[in-house]
Design a protein around this ligand. Structure first.
Ligand SMILES: Cc1noc(C)c1CN(C)Cc1cc2n(n1)CCN(c1cc(N)ncn1)C2
Length: 419
């Protein structure tokens, strides 16, 4: 509501070329004295950043004098500095193991749509599709999952003619249509996030009632939406984040966190060691500097692999895996159980891996992943061979032994710190 007093004041200030110096709303506590007089209390504009060059520039404008080029450049330079100084968004969200007995995957609460619909999604740096169980998923394929109903959101829009289809390393998969809608994690809101609604999910997702879908945090080049690929939540959120990063602080059989836009120094010890990331074909691919088994000698040999929060275990070259299980009494590579197993009461050595000069230790407890079946005396190893996959994968068993920074600057890097 604009009062006559406000108009008069605004026109005076405009005449002085200071119109935009007005705060968006003159004093929230205007006082009308009822006798044609009023008191207007100025309020500070929270994010206003002084720009002296701009004040000088306005004076040139006011008197109709062309501003010199270096003054124009100074205005732009100061604006850029001010823009960089404005603190932008940061957020934190829980990463909770879907099963209290072992860390097969972690879920994080997200909100989608208006009014917000809350789902528990698996944040996955090893893929780049944000897909959810939805009102379009056949009822026979939904077993307790929370679903997203675009029809109940006033801000959903169908991305007409767009479809998606994804297949994961374990053969599971899903496919469907695409909407855009408001999407938030830890208070970081993206207004037009591509949300891929499942028309079909594979049986392993149907039986996993604690996962309502995935948030791909790989590079957007991996997104499967056709005919136009869509951006990940991180790529959409990056411009509004205080820093173009997200961090993973996953934990052994308990709740950890994903942070967006900042690095929480209370979550790690010592220094963060950053190494380069190869974004081709779209994973967070980096090279470890080597490995060690227990207190044995450290073998300095490059191991290129991906940091994958969506994979439970660690998958490395067979030579490394056999060197590890050679130190485990009764360990065998079991065809029937599909990997390296050992008696659950065996003593396991820790597994050490290098990032640059830094060393990270995966404790024995993480390396004994789970009994092959409930109550069995045989345990499945947290370290398995990558020979059948074709790519080395540093999954949750390794990630939860560290504080990991996914740095989305150009060029991207990945940082590892002990905790
Ligand atoms: C397997 C598995 N992993 O976590 C869970 C949960 C399961 C089993 N669960 C019953 C079903 C399932 C299968 C997958 N997921 N969930 C999560 C995404 N998957 C990935 C992601 C990725 N980056 N790389 C490989 N697969 C495969």
């Amino acid at each position: 509501m604009v009062t006559i007093t406000n108009l008069v004041l605004t026109s005076i200030l405009a005449g002085l070329g200071l119109g935009s110096a007005l705060p968006p709303k003159i004093g929230a506590t205007n006082i009308g004295h009822g006798n044609g007089r009023a008191t207007l209390n100025q309020v500070p504009r929270p994010n206003y950043r002084f720009n002296g060059a701009r004040q000088v520039y306005r004076t040139y404008l006011k008197y109709g004098v062309p501003a010199p080029d270096d003054l124009v450049r100074a205005v732009a330079h100061t604006d850029a500095l001010n823009a960089a100084a404005v603190k932008r968004d940061t957020g934190s969200a829980a990463a909770t193991p879907i099963d209290p007995r072992f860390d097969i995957a972690y879920v994080t609460p997200v909100t989608i749509g208006t009014p917000p619909q809350t789902l528990q999604l698996d944040l996955d740096t090893g893929s780049s599709d944000l897909w959810v169980f939805s009102s379009h998923t056949p009822a026979s394929q939904v077993r307790g999952q929370q679903i997203y109903s675009p029809d109940k959101s006033t801000t959903s829009k169908l991305l007409d003619g767009h479809t998606w289809s994804i297949r994961y390393g374990d053969g599971s998969g899903s496919r469907g249509n695409v909407y855009t809608d408001n999407f938030a994690i830890g208070g970081i809101m993206v207004e037009t996030q591509a949300v891929e609604t499942a028309e079909e999910v594979s049986s392993s997702f149907t039986t996993e009632d604690n996962i309502d879908g995935l948030v791909g945090l790989g590079f957007s080049t991996l997104n499967t939406v056709s005919p136009e690929g869509q951006l990940t939540f991180f790529d959409n959120a990056k411009p509004k984040l205080d820093a173009p990063v997200f961090t993973a602080d996953l934990k052994y059989m308990k709740e950890g966190t994903y942070d967006f836009g900042f690095i929480d120094e209370s979550k790690y010890t010592g220094e963060i060691t950053y190494v380069p990331v190869d974004t081709d074909p779209g994973y967070w691919t980096f090279t470890s500097s080597g490995y060690g088994v227990g207190s044995g000698t450290f073998s300095s040999s490059p191991i290129t692999g991906i940091a994958d929060t969506g994979t439970s275990l660690v998958y490395l070259p067979t030579a490394i895996v056999t060197a590890y299980y050679r130190q485990v009494e009764g360990a065998t590579n079991s065809r029937s159980y599909g990997g390296y197993v050992f008696p659950c009461n065996s003593t396991l050595p820790p597994f050490v891996f290098g990032i640059g000069e830094a060393k990270f230790t995966i404790p024995p407890s993480y390396m004994s992943y789970a009994a092959v079946t409930d109550g069995s005396p045989t345990c499945f190893g947290g370290l398995q061979s990558s020979s059948g996959i074709g790519i080395n994968i540093w999954g949750d068993v390794a990630l939860k032994a560290a504080f990991v920074v996914f740095n989305g600057e150009e060029p991207p890097t990945i940082g590892w710190a002990n905790k």
